[in-house]
Design a protein around this ligand. Structure first.
Ligand code: ZN
Length: 314
């Protein structure tokens, strides 16, 4: 059996035909000419036609999208990257593709991909943390994605780590994402660079080919730059303690860590391992395996396809 997986980013739509084992058999990526629902659906249909043409028919379809969904209705309540509000995306896309489409959150899709075909294979209970421009997570417990009553379970990026602390993109303050999300690490580096404080970052960022990035912050901090180290140490301390506490609460078989920032910052990955080993309750971590995400950018599209094969939670 084969399934169609669809991944909608802020600038592209990608479609892939995926086997029941989670292998990508054909895929195609199309740039979004417009971000309104019909423009996005046009781009999806182009990509889907090409992927299906290369590999033959499928028995189900799933789409992962960054945003808040109204349960399993297929309605996208809010998708900030696309500027959508209350869009009946599932029914619109299903009508164009001529088949029902399951609409899921992009992080749930990525976690499901890792669960079924990546670093979570063979387990029933995982906690997945992705640190990229934002901080996201998903929980699989007893073999099912935990959604919560309104679909907002797993909003780990907005766990509070400093009451009244730095402002976060969600409108609140002191969230873990406000310290360690890629956008917020860059903002803290910019604040440092525009201050009077001494920092090696000024020289590092002027070297040929260098760009201001979380990896550059890690390099400066680990080389002993005091100003960079303050930002970095606070970020990794907040992240590590918050992850360790989730391990205590959830007792997962595997903790899976990934995302653009963690994949480029080995020191941050190690700091999570150290924090979990120190701060999680001993019973919760005794048999825990900490693994790095294996599927990279493919996790979401594989997960969206394989979620089409699952019955939605009752
Ligand atoms: Zn927040």
């Amino acid at each position: 059996l084969r399934y169609l997986g669809i991944d909608v980013g802020g600038t592209y739509a990608r479609a892939a035909v995926v086997s029941a084992e989670g292998e990508i058999l054909a895929s195609c990526k199309t740039a979004l000419a417009a971000r309104d629902p019909s423009g996005v659906i046009d781009a999806i249909c182009l990509a889907a036609d090409e992927a299906l043409g290369a590999s033959g028919p499928v028995v189900g379809a799933g789409v992962g999208i960054a945003g808040q969904l109204e349960g399993e209705s297929g309605v996208v309540a809010v998708a900030p990257n696309l500027g959508w509000r209350a869009v009946p995306f599932g029914s619109l896309l299903g009508a164009r593709l001529g088949r029902p489409v399951r609409v899921v959150n992009d992080l749930s899709a990525a976690a499901w991909g890792e669960f079924r075909a990546g670093a979570g294979r063979g387990t029933r209970d995982i906690f997945v943390v992705f640190v990229g421009s934002g901080v996201g997570s998903a929980i699989v417990a007893g073999g099912r994605i935990v959604t919560g009553a309104q679909g907002f379970a797993g909003e780990f990026g907005h766990v509070k780590v400093e009451p009244g602390g730095r402002p976060c993109g969600c409108g609140e303050r002191g969230c873990v994402e406000a310290y360690v999300g890629g956008h917020n690490l860059l903002a803290q580096m910019q604040e440092l660079l525009s201050s009077e404080r001494p920092t090696q970052l000024r020289e590092l960022v002027e070297q040929p080919g260098a760009i201001l990035s979380p990896a550059l912050l890690e390099t400066a901090a680990l080389a002993g730059d005091q100003s960079a180290k303050e930002i970095y140490d606070r970020a990794v301390a907040h992240l590590g303690l918050a992850v360790a506490n989730q391990v205590t609460v959830l007792n997962p078989a595997r903790l899976i860590i990934g995302g653009g920032v963690l994949s480029r910052c080995p020191g941050m990955r190690q700091s999570i391992r150290d924090a979990v080993g120190t701060w999680s309750s001993v019973v919760s971590r005794r048999q825990l395996v900490i693994a790095e995400a294996e599927l990279g950018d493919d996790s979401g599209i594989i997960g969206a396809a394989l979620l089409a094969a699952e019955a939605p939670a009752a």
